[in-house]
Design a protein around this ligand. Structure first.
Ligand SMILES: [Zn+2]
Length: 128
């Protein structure tokens, strides 16, 4: 019987990347006291709702060359960086500890990373 562990690891790293995507959204909206649930992700500049391609962590940014596909406004390198770091934290925890307790440690590391990114974003917004 083939081991399911490689698939589990890929799935968990994808979860890490998607959590990174949520961290970006939270870091963008929480300092503005906006809801992190609604409205759906949209371009800050033209208001276009982001589609499936825009929302792929890291790869979406690369495919769009860091710009909104509609208005061409620059998205900024921080968002794919935050996503990549989240995926990497999960990958490192899995390699280091195996799927269990690696998955749990990975989620914990991503949670801390999310708090740090969101906290810095709040502080930056207060300063300006
Ligand atoms: Zn736009």
């Amino acid at each position: 019987m083939a081991s399911a562990v490689p698939f589990l690891n890929v799935y968990l790293v994808l979860v890490g990347l998607m959590l990174g995507s949520f961290i970006n959204l939270a870091a963008d909206r929480i300092p503005r006291r906006e809801s992190v649930i609604t409205p759906a992700s949209h371009c800050r500049s033209c208001g276009r709702r982001l589609n499936a391609i825009d929302l792929i962590p890291v790869a979406g940014y690369l495919l769009r060359r860091g710009r909104c596909a509609t208005c061409g406004v620059q998205i900024g390198a921080s968002s794919p960086t935050v996503e990549a770091v989240s995926g990497l934290l999960m990958a490192v925890a899995l390699i280091w500890l195996g799927p269990w307790p690696g998955a749990l440690v990975g989620l914990g590391l991503i949670a801390l990373w999310g708090l740090a990114v969101t906290g810095l974003s709040v502080r930056r917004n207060q300063a300006t």
